[in-house]
Design a protein around this ligand. Structure first.
Ligand SMILES: Nc1nc2c(ncn2[C@@H]2O[C@H](COP(=O)(O)OP(=O)(O)OP(=O)(O)O)[C@@H](O)[C@H]2O)c(=O)[nH]1
Ligand SMILES: [Mg+2]
Length: 262
């Protein structure tokens, strides 16, 4: 049985680069890995996908046919993806890999918060064990209020997909050792995150961030945060370990209690 790993996160957070780095690392450890590109609009990828949605849905053709610009075109193209799920599922089964790395579209809201993402996970979920990597760009770890908004987003993705989820802090080569330690402290001790929020100068930032922190804490959905750098090959083995642990859990989390607490 293959294991499916979805890589999801805001535009430019490092999904495709991590897909590439993870597939190289897993293959060099003797695992059979398949990469799947689900971004119909991407022009260039740092890896050659084994399965590619662009074979079935082309952003350019959608824009032409529906007379849309790139943003409207992408919405339609991502929605159209759902029609090709049986074919994608069949291809994945035929590959019979250990791991299937699924690189999702840059505009995560189209995938996560419209119908496509849950439809993909439902359409492919019966043949595989699945987990989700939610990527947070280190850029957002430099300020407490931005960091908490990413934790909030991570929580809403978890509530939406209900898959075992690992939150991944990407591009840590762009953080100083002190900044990296600070994010670990914030994850471990939310009182330190609150202190950092309270010391921010803008009252509106403080107020909003405090509200978000309350939700993140109440739902306890944010969990751990695995720091990595895909370009400097840091933290990737730890991430593979976290993926194995997540996949060993039940495929669909029972979030009944947490969701009730919302
Ligand atoms: N410094 C550094 N840059 C990185 C790292 N990972 C990715 N990047 C850079 O971040 C940019 C975006 O990376 P991608 O992998 O394309 O990110 P993505 O999430 O797939 O982007 P979209 O699909 O467009 O949303 C590229 O310029 C990458 O080279 C990293 O670990 N360190
Ligand atoms: Mg990408």
């Amino acid at each position: 049985m293959s294991s499916l790993v979805y890589l999801l996160g805001p535009a430019g957070c490092g999904k495709s680069t991590l897909t590439s780095a993870l597939s190289v690392l897993m293959q060099s450890n003797g695992l059979k890995v398949v990469t799947v590109n689900l971004d119909p609009g991407v022009e260039w990828l740092p890896y050659t996908p084994d399965i590619d949605i662009r074979t079935h849905v082309s952003l350019r053709e959608v824009m032409k046919e529906f007379k849309l610009g790139p943003n409207g075109g992408l919405i339609v193209a991502v929605d159209l993806m759902a029609e090709h799920l049986p074919k994608l599922r069949q291809l994945i089964v035929e590959w019979n890999a250990d791991y299937v790395l699924v690189d999702t579209p840059g505009q995560m809201e189209l995938f996560a918060f419209r119908r496509t993402g849950p439809a993909v996970i439902e359409g492919l979920g019966d043949v595989q064990r699945s987990c989700l990597l939610f990527l947070i760009d280190s850029f957002f770890a430099k300020q407490a209020s931005s960091f908490v908004s990413m934790l909030m987003l991570a929580s809403s993705v978890l509530a939406r997909f209900r898959l075992p989820q690992i939150n991944v802090l990407t591009k840590i080569d762009r953080l100083t050792a002190n900044e990296l330690q600070m994010t670990a402290d914030w994850m471990e001790r939310k009182d330190l995150l609150l202190d950092a929020i309270l010391s921010e100068p803008n009252p509106l930032d403080r107020e909003t961030a405090m509200g978000m922190l309350e939700v993140v804490e109440k739902t306890s959905l944010a969990g751990e945060l695995v720091p990595i750098s895909a370009t400097e090959n840091r933290g990737l083995l730890e991430l593979v370990g976290a993926i194995e642990r997540a996949l060993a859990k039940e495929t669909v989390l029972d979030l009944g209690e947490e969701v009730e607490k919302y």
